[in-house]
Design a protein around this ligand. Structure first.
Ligand code: ZN
Length: 356
């Protein structure tokens, strides 16, 4: 199975200028090839190469030769769908990279061929589990959006399809407990809260100072906080995925995108979910689950914390406090997050189409 992973490039201003220039030239070349291809009614990559490569090298001498080959391939591909009219390429349309124009020494930097020679750019890979470099196919599109560059890497995953789950492991995410599963195992957010509070105070002081060295320190503190969050999310997601895999269960998450219910759900939960990079935890879980063939299901998140997981009674009064759930109808009581996680698990039918 092939998936695409979008990673951000951390460019210096100069690198950004070079990359943008390269991208624009690449697309100019595509446009030029497209015009000639359409005139000659030649669309096959092999024939186009024969027809245009040499001339293209003369017209765009600063474009790396391998990028000219990719440009020909891109134009040829684009005409596969429609040959009735000439195709145009926007300045900032995606630029194709391959093994010859893109390499990774380790996973922290990408080396890209540009109009200014090879440049080495740091990558933000951190959101994903350590990747096996060999799984990367060396194919990637460079994209540009709102002043930032991204590499859309094509990754080859092991072909074992997700297993057929025999049950479900519900995950409730919160602030006090970052995550609680339907078996009651939870990861406390206490340490995380402390770190955040400390950094927030520290950052505010530095911000007020406003000196150059304070700004440098500010960056450092922010970086440390982000790394701590990331590490914690890695630990949590790893545990959840290995537990689900070990017990042949699907992971069930709240569908926070509100795909089914409109944006209101998202909005009402923003307060609760906004603070701690929940998006990150979610993406770690999804990614790790995908890597190990664990199915992930999404359920409607409404009222998971107010409904009794024992009798199904739904009442605001069921939730006595942040941590306490007590059903006013049947008397069942449990840790509130645990109760919510059981609801999440039971809302998923294992017959629901698999999300990843
Ligand atoms: Zn009840």
């Amino acid at each position: 199975m092939k998936i695409t992973l979008k990673v951000k490039l951390i460019t210096t201003d100069e690198q950004a200028k070079t990359l943008l220039g390269t991208m624009e030239l690449f697309n100019k070349a595509c446009d030029w090839i497209s015009e000639k291809a359409f005139e000659a009614k030649v669309f096959n990559a092999y024939d186009l190469h024969y027809l245009l490569y040499k001339e293209g090298r003369d017209v765009f001498p600063s474009l790396p030769s391998q990028s000219m080959i990719r440009a020909i391939a891109k134009v040829s591909d684009s005409y596969k769908a429609d040959r009735k009219k000439r195709h145009f390429f926007r300045d900032h349309s995606a630029m194709e990279y391959d093994r010859r124009t893109l390499s990774f020494k380790d996973l922290s930097h990408a080396s890209l061929a540009t109009i200014g020679g090879r440049i080495k750019v740091p990558l933000v890979f951190g959101h994903y589990a350590p990747l096996d470099k060999n799984k990367m196919l060396g194919q990637a599109d460079l994209t540009y959006s709102k002043g930032k560059f991204f590499l859309n890497l094509v990754i080859d995953l092991p072909d074992d399809p997700p297993f057929k789950p025999k049950g479900s492991l519900g995950i409730d995410r919160g602030i006090v407990n970052l995550s609680t599963d339907s078996e009651g195992e939870s990861f406390s957010g206490e340490t995380v809260d402390k770190v955040r509070e400390r950094s927030t105070a520290h950052k505010a002081r530095l911000q007020k100072k406003g000196t150059k060295s304070a700004k440098r320190r500010l960056k450092k503190v922010s970086g440390r906080e982000a790394r701590f969050k990331k590490d914690t999310n890695h630990v949590i997601s790893k545990r959840i995925v290995s537990k689900a895999k070990g017990t042949c269960r699907a992971i069930v998450l709240e569908d926070l995108k509100g795909i089914r219910d409109g944006i209101t759900v998202m909005h009402s939960q923003r307060e609760r979910f906004g603070k701690w990079a929940f998006g990150q935890l979610r993406s770690f879980i999804l990614y790790k689950a995908m890597m190990s063939g664990v199915p992930v299901l999404f359920v409607d998140p409404r009222n998971t914390s107010r409904q009794c997981s024992c009798c199904g009674h739904l009442d605001r009064k069921n939730r006595k406090s942040q941590s306490e759930f007590h059903c006013v109808q049947c008397g069942f009581s449990l840790n509130a997050d645990h109760n919510a996680a059981i609801n999440i698990a039971s809302r998923a039918s294992v017959n629901t189409p698999i999300a990843v």
